[in-house]
Ligand binder design. Structure first.
Ligand code: CDT
Length: 312
């Protein structure tokens, strides 16, 4: 029998700073209900899906921004989402800002099963942007100021398959998918908030959509896994965020694609058995990989030009 997960990519439109958690959760519940009506087993929400993308602002005293973080999950405002998921029998993936009891701040996502139980948690590894206030920018990207880095990529037995999570900037790094792929990952869930404007090199602005699909599709293909990329999109606090949420097959083909920058659900029936078409042929890791030639990948962070090149 084939193993099919019907997945909904639940893109959201912008969340403004004045939007309350309760209002946002109501929007997520509406998307969850649409997913249920479409036969979804799993509905995937974006990165930081409960608040505006607050790292666009600098505040000298970071504690003033702690109200953007969840100290419990579910908490009073998110409990209705868990209850509706359990009532409908639909699982979900949710990105949010997490503040732990030890005072650590993470950019986090969770996977919740059809009974409304959290079965996995992931904390963002690749934190993009900058550590300090850069007033010359139109808006900040201070994830490196507000968040602590997570510790790694894991897979989980859930929804009848092997699932993994990554968050936004993680999707641009091939190591993300490969570390998941080396654990047999059959589906990666990836929420994102991607500003169209990239201040360090605005030449990249027109390519944001292309680069998004380029990395999601190549990650899927090169590791024989489904990839579900889900945006928070649209004009948020004056900042344009990319949409183009997509569900991508292990072939690298896009099977479902959002067409708006609003709350929008697109659905695909994801047959996990298609993964083996790639995992057992062209990308048969155990047969073809040569890790002894890849040692630089883990021993080195930045570029090191070999002496023989420098001397020539
Ligand atoms: N949220 C997030 O990780 N966004 C980044 C923006 C990169 S520019 C600082 C992304 O990779 O889409």
């Amino acid at each position: 029998m084939s193993r099919v997960i019907t997945v909904g990519a639940a893109q959201t439109g912008p969340i403004q700073n004045t939007d309350s958690r309760t209002d946002v959760v109501e929007r997520l519940i509406e998307l969850l209900r649409q997913g249920n009506a479409a036969g979804c087993d799993l509905v995937v929400f974006p990165e930081l899906a409960l608040t505006t993308f607050f790292p666009r602002w600098y505040v000298e005293n970071k504690e003033e921004f702690d109200h953007y973080f969840e100290t419990e999950m579910p908490g009073p405002e998110t409990q209705p989402l868990f209850e509706e998921a359990s009532r409908l029998g639909v699982g979900f993936h949710l990105g949010y800002a997490e503040l732990t009891s030890e005072g650590k701040h993470f950019n986090t996502s969770i996977l919740v099963d059809k009974e409304g139980q959290i079965v996995a948690k992931y904390r963002k590894v690749h934190l993009p942007g900058h550590e300090e206030h850069e007033p010359w920018r139109d808006f900040q990207h201070l994830e490196r100021y507000y968040f602590d880095p997570g510790s790694g990529f894991e897979v989980h037995s859930a929804f009848g398959g092997i699932l993994g999570m990554a968050i936004c900037n993680d999707r641009r790094w091939p190591e993300t998918y490969r570390v998941l792929g080396l654990q047999g990952c059959e589906m990666a869930l990836i929420g994102y908030n991607t500003p169209i404007h990239y201040a360090p090199d605005p030449n990249q602005d027109r390519l944001q959509g292309f680069h998004n699909h380029l990395v999601l599709q190549s990650g899927a293909y090169q590791n024989g896994m489904w990839v579900v990329g889900v945006a928070k999109a649209g004009k948020e606090e004056g900042c344009d965020l990319l949409g183009e949420s997509a569900i991508i097959a292990p072939s690298g083909e896009i099977k479902a694609l959002c067409s708006t920058v609003e709350d929008e659900l697109v659905v695909a029936e994801c047959n996990l058995d298609l993964c083996s078409d790639y995992k057992e042929t062209l990308f048969n890791f155990s047969r073809y990989r040569r890790p002894e030639t890849y040692t630089r990948i883990t021993s080195q962070t930045g570029v090191e030009i070999p002496d023989k090149i420098k001397e020539s």
